[in-house]
Ligand binder design. Sequence first.
Ligand code: ATP
Ligand code: MG
Ligand code: MG
Ligand code: MG
Length: 470
Amino acid sequence: QAYGVNELRQMYLDFFESKGHLAMKSFSLVPHNDKSLLLINAGMAPLKPYFTGAEIPPCSRVTTCQKCIRTGDIENVGKTARHGTFFEMLGNFSFGDYFKNEAIAWSWEFLTEVVGLDADRLYPSVYQDDDEAFDIWNKAIGIPAERIFRFGKEDNFWEHGAGPCGPCSEIYYDRGEKYGCGKPDCTVGCECDRYMEVWNNVFTQFENDGNGNYTTLEHKNIDTGMGLERLAVVVQDVDSIFDVDTIQALRNKVCEIAGVTYETEYQKDVSIRLITDHIRSATFMISDGIMPSNEGRGYVLRRLIRRAARHGRLLGIKGQFLAKLSETVIEGSKGGYPELEEKKAFIFKVLDQEEEKFNKTIDQGLSILTNMEHEMEEAGSRQLDGRSAFTLYDTYGFPLDLTKEILEEKGYAVDEAGFTAAMEEQRTMARNARETTNYMGADSTVYDQIDPSVTTEFAGYDNLTFNSDI
Ligand code: ATP
Ligand code: MG
Ligand code: MG
Ligand code: MG
């Protein structure tokens, strides 16, 4: 009987507690006092003040299981075995306390002794110049040199502008040939799902002054991150994160509601996995107080909900279904996150309202989009003009990336610059209209109530993706 997700989370926290760490509760998905980040995307993100020295940590060793959202991975969701927009990151952190020796030894001990993974399937990687980490793996742990991979800056050096930075050491697990891409050069580091990255150990030992000058930090730190779902994949020996115990229950619920069987048709499976992932993100985001809107975090949430709703349509689901699924998310995760249970009624209500709003326009929007496709075909064009994409956004509530996704499936593109221009034009008109009515003594706030998309700032898609480094 393999360990379940909830069990593995606790085993990890207990293990690092036994190594002198303070186990802290997951921080909110909403960053606190950090304008550089839209949503928390790694275990270290909410701990930044402890790393920079801006705040004193409650203990020099901390361990967490942190809720994370990475919309930068959205294109991978449903297609790879290992990416979700939502996932939980297990981490152990040292603020000027222990360093590489302990971090490496403990990660190895946890994987091979505590959860009992086969050591012969594990492969570490180090930064190309990090002989220190190489020697620890090779001499202290006893991994043969040819099983340790040296990678360049792109993969194995963590850096985020100026500030603390350093090399990393990742741990990969070989899931076997059946998961490989079959290319002759497929090995550790290949983008396919055979050698799955499970853990990243970051050794923040340098300070970058912003001009590429590195000095060695007096207080060196450890920042590690391991996806709980990925750990469960290798421990439970299943195909993907959508097959681990808690997520499988949710996936089954999607299939049950849609009346479809998993693993009968690839495109359907993608939709099933995508809905499974997006409803997890949405449930956790709402429980942290994020509301669907047309900007920033709220817009990320809106896009996830609407994308899930549209894929529900593709599977043949007729009515509203997201709140029902959310119930299964909460059932599976409330042990680790009691706030889900507490906010249950609120979460269902927000999902219901957003889905209802979109349901009113989605069918009409989809049929208009089909007409647009016919027109493009007749005109011999492969690109939807920006104004049409904007109409779909403004009148039918189609986020641009939803329109893009639907068209891409059929080989069409969207004029994104044209979309932004149409949005700009609309905003200028709204502004002018407001100024006129204000002059006549009207209350401009009525416009906010009529249609928020007219008056709220559109954050732009650039602001909706973010660095996926740990
Ligand atoms: P990958 O190369 O597979 O995309 P990554 O190098 O981007 O992963 P890190 O930034 O190193 O990932 O994050 C630390 C750990 O968090 C990873 O080793 C992995 O276990 C987990 N992780 C990262 N992204 C995701 C995701 N989208 N879904 C689930 N787990 C993830
Ligand atoms: Mg990686
Ligand atoms: Mg990594
Ligand atoms: Mg990644």
